[in-house]
Design a protein around this ligand. Structure first.
Ligand code: RP5
Length: 168
């Protein structure tokens, strides 16, 4: 599993239920790197290592993390359990598995009881989770926020370029 741990304070913790989630979850790390945000990634299974999950969730904010991105598939309890353990914002990524097209993952993550929010992105869309984490951090970091403005500008330019192709 790729990780970025450099001189910068790691602000985003990416966690997932299994190594098998990494092909989906790595997109979160990639976009955070594009945006200049330091991150770490770990496997913390809610079902196979519950004690470690509790420790990870309780310590995340004391270790200096500011945002958690949690991905899991199937009976995807990791994002919600971490949200119950940490005061940090938790972004949930429903990982699609072989059966049910990720609907099981989505519903497991999104249907949280009142008081314990998980900001859930679309099935398999870890890139959006990374961008949302950067936006949260950007509210207190003007330089990062400017990079996000530039990033959004590049999206518009790319959409216009596609429009030109369609009009030809
Ligand atoms: C979930 O079970 C994990 O998040 C993963 O999406 C799924 C399957 O895990 P493996 O059997 O591939 O380890 O807890």
């Amino acid at each position: 599993m790729d990780e970025q741990r450099d001189d910068q304070q790691v602000r985003v913790g990416i966690v997932m239920g299994s190594d098998s989630d990494w092909p989906v979850m790595q997109a979160a790390g990639e976009v955070l790197t594009e945006l200049g945000v330091a991150w770490e990634a770990d496997v913390v299974s809610a079902h196979r290592m519950p004690t470690e999950m509790v420790a990870w969730g309780q310590q995340a904010h004391t270790r200096g993390l500011s945002v958690v991105i949690a991905g899991a598939g199937g009976a995807a309890h990791l994002p919600g359990m971490l949200a119950s353990l940490t005061p940090l914002p938790v972004i949930g990524v429903p990982v699609p598995l072989k059966y049910l097209d990720g609907m099981d993952s989505l519903l497991s993550i999104v249907q949280m009881p009142a008081g314990i929010p998980v900001a859930t992105v679309a099935i398999g869309n870890a890139r959006n989770a990374g961008i949302l984490a950067a936006r949260i951090l950007g509210t207190g970091d003007p330089e990062l926020q400017q990079r996000l403005v530039d990033f959004q500008g590049s999206l518009a330019a790319s959409a216009h370029a596609k429009g030109e192709v369609v009009r030809q």
